[in-house]
Design a protein around this ligand. Sequence first.
Ligand SMILES: Cc1cc2nc3c(=O)[nH]c(=O)nc-3n(C[C@H](O)[C@H](O)[C@H](O)COP(=O)(O)OP(=O)(O)OC[C@H]3O[C@@H](n4cnc5c(N)ncnc54)[C@H](O)[C@@H]3O)c2cc1C
Length: 394
Amino acid sequence: MGEVKEVIVVGGGIGGLAAATGIAKLGKKVTLLEQAPKFGEVGAGLQVGPNGLRALDTLGVLDEVYKLAVFPRRHVFMDALSGKELSAVQFGDSFSDRFGYPYIVIHRSDLHSVLLKACQSLDNISFLTNHKLEFIEEFADYVELRCENGEVLQAETVIGADGIRSKTRALLSLANPVVSQYVAYRFTVPMSEMTINIDWDEKLTWIGPGIHLVQYPVRHKSVINQVAVFKSYKFNENTEDWGTAEELIQMFGDSCSTIKESLKLAENGLVTKLFDIEPLEKWSSERVTLLGDSAHAMLQYLAQGACQALEDAVCLTEKMRTNGSNVAKALDEYQQERIPRTAEVQRGARTWGDIKHAEDSVTRLLRDTIMLNRSADDYKYLDWLYKERTLSTV
Ligand SMILES: Cc1cc2nc3c(=O)[nH]c(=O)nc-3n(C[C@H](O)[C@H](O)[C@H](O)COP(=O)(O)OP(=O)(O)OC[C@H]3O[C@@H](n4cnc5c(N)ncnc54)[C@H](O)[C@@H]3O)c2cc1C
């Protein structure tokens, strides 16, 4: 048997990099395994709420993140059909006072590169790209990882941060991604080419029956990130030819003129069919655990997938710190802490998606009445997501 590595983190996305940073800072030797030829991110924009920023602060990278972030003044919910404002969340001092941190939007690659630099600055992290995990097996004293390139690695502890189609998860659960009928078209437009008249100090979410569009600036407001989401009525689980650009145009057919103008470049976007997984009952064995989308892939409607991965990384680091050499106990305490929290967010994201996309007129009337009557600094609906949570001592 070759060298047994101390910790292998599978997957160099936001979750894997955050976990590697936290664990390496405990003094452990970490190997970061990534299938791609180089580390990177797909897509453009990412919203990070106070809970994600709190985790980035704990990891010691918040100042670097703030240098690259845009701080919107409000999150405004608009009616996609009438073009009228329905509700807003004010991101001023009262928001930051309540949650301890503001709300930012940032280019995904920018956040990823801050975390990658943090990893690269630590001597005890080594990097293996072009290593796609194919199969993982756990033995009494070590874990074996077989890669597509033929290499076989061994580790004392493995963190599976390998995304929604995780190979690590296969060791712990039979869960598979659950398809939603929804599709996202993600596209960016240089600010200089935007032809609609909008206040770009704000983040906008336009909602309508079976559709929504999110718009916000990134990169010092030089680029507008846009995500158009719709329900595909051509969905068929046996084929891939659903969620087409024709359907996009059709689904947004009744929307207001600002949206139609915004969608002119959507067809060139990155098309993502939207999946989540059911909350898992188990994330950890004696030596292996899951983190981020591999553990709790969720629909993006609460903008929490990456934020929860960051919370995972902080919690796992803390549990490894307090349990010292008893890694099995650390992994167990971590899953006990994180499974209920992330399951609530996974379920909440599905529900919020149903509310946003409501198609029947009664539900829409009730939703709109509630939205129109809440004030922009009424944050009580957000406490469960953003307020500081104390880690339990199990
Ligand atoms: C349209 C959309 C909008 C979103 N918006 C937000 C938002 O605003 N805010 C937010 O918090 N979240 C958002 N999310 C969710 C967020 O993108 C994800 O939850 C987050 O990126 C998950 O990070 P991760 O590191 O767990 O997984 P991933 O980003 O999937 O990273 C997994 C990594 O593992 C690697 N990998 C995979 N398999 C293997 C293997 N077998 N061997 C080796 N390496 C492997 C991959 O190449 C990748 O680098 C959004 C998602 C979507 C689809």
